[in-house]
Design a protein around this ligand. Sequence first.
Ligand code: HEM
Length: 148
Amino acid sequence: MEIVLYIHILSATAWVGGSLLLFALGIFLRDKEAQKNVYKHLGPLYGYFESFWLITLWITGFILYEHHGFSGVFKYAYDSQLSQTMMQKVYLVMFLTFVTIIHLIIAIKTHQKDRSKFLTVISRGSSLLIFLLNFVVLWFAISVRSQL
Ligand code: HEM
């Protein structure tokens, strides 16, 4: 099972690392033309890259979930701190995945096209939300692990 945990943690570093890098680019790359070029070339690759690691996180996370018997923990010890922390983590990741899908749909539909103000706000807002949620999910991940 170590290999699954290894892939889970590797996926977490790639997923969170990717989002940190793109967020930093958005803030520090002030030249509008350079920014447009970066998003034009990096955008699609970044989308596939992040989607791949998020799917891997779900698959390996689910295997670890079953391995640690979380179905039983929910059934027999629903009120325990462990089941509550795990449940919060899964809800957070579901929300994170939902926001990511919205962000991806806007990115695919408007790639290299002019965006309405509304879609720009939703796209930037979702990217900020994904960025912030990652820190919270990581906190819950460590909290689950320390209770196992
Ligand atoms: C963005 C999504 C996710 C991130 C960033 C993430 C991150 C992590 C990290 C960093 C750890 C290791 C914590 C440590 O060793 O201190 C971990 C462990 C774990 N994760 Fe996730 N995770 C994600 C999604 C999921 C999902 C969707 C599930 C379940 C369906 C899941 C289930 C678990 C379990 C059960 C462990 C403990 C594994 C063990 O210690 O053997 N994770 N996660």
